[in-house]
Design a protein around this ligand. Structure first.
Ligand code: SF4
Length: 213
């Protein structure tokens, strides 16, 4: 497929995703489980970016702004990548496709609910197959790791991230690099696992320099 027709395909997908109301109108687990607000899918599809950020789901702030990772987690992720906001939001450099495109709402304790289970089975294969140029997937958090890494995912998130060298060097395209979620909730985890900053981040930054700049 040439670049122009692939862009047309992506435009069609973008329009379909923007109009999606499945979790509001026909939720998998019945109407009681419907999305508690109007859907606002947030995903950046790209025909040129070589790096895909596979995140979890938008939080409330992202739901309101429509800009992925427009929050403290995004600031930390950009610091990990060593990129500024204009670079991060340049869709020729990064595709950003979470496991659930809409803010899922809160649970009884006030924490974000998991990504809507309807979303990935409906959209993910189509979106990924429309972006065959992707060379590196950053699998951010357990949900993205489960989808993108299959059997290579270990039982615990820490074990999965700690084994990053083995998943990154599996032959074929794209390479997958597992990351913890950059949420403030993981600040303690980052402190307890200094190898993440000392060993994984330098390799992540080396690859970002190669693929993004
Ligand atoms: S979360 Fe995904 S499947 Fe659900 S309404 Fe939003 S775009 Fe559609």
């Amino acid at each position: 497929m040439n670049a122009a027709s692939n862009e047309e395909r992506l435009d069609g997908l973008r329009a379909e995703i923007a109009a999606c109301r499945i979790c509001r109108d026909a939720p998998l687990r019945g109407i009681e489980d419907r999305l508690p607000h109007e859907p606002r899918p947030v995903a950046v599809l790209s025909s040129r970016a070589l790096v895909l950020i596979a995140g979890q789901a938008p939080g409330l702030r992202v739901h309101e702004s429509g800009l992925p990772f427009d929050d403290a987690s995004g600031d930390r992720l950009r610091q990990w990548l060593q990129v500024d906001r204009p670079t991060f939001y340049d869709q020729d450099r990064f595709a950003i496709v979470p496991m659930g495109f809409c803010f899922p709402g809160y649970d009884a304790k006030g924490s974000d609910l998991p990504p809507r289970r309807e979303c990935a089975p409906i959209w993910r294969e189509r979106v990924l197959s429309a972006m065959p140029q992707i060379e590196l997937v950053l699998a951010v958090g357990g949900y993205a790791q489960a989808w993108h890494m299959g059997a290579a995912r270990r039982e615990k998130m820490t074990e999965t991230v700690q084994a990053w060298r083995s998943t990154l060097t599996v032959p074929g395209k794209p390479a997958i690099l597992p990351l913890p979620h950059p949420s403030w909730r993981n600040t303690g985890w980052l402190k307890r696992h200094p190898w993440f900053e000392e060993e994984l981040l330098p390799e992540l930054r080396r690859r970002i320099k190669m693929l993004v700049f």
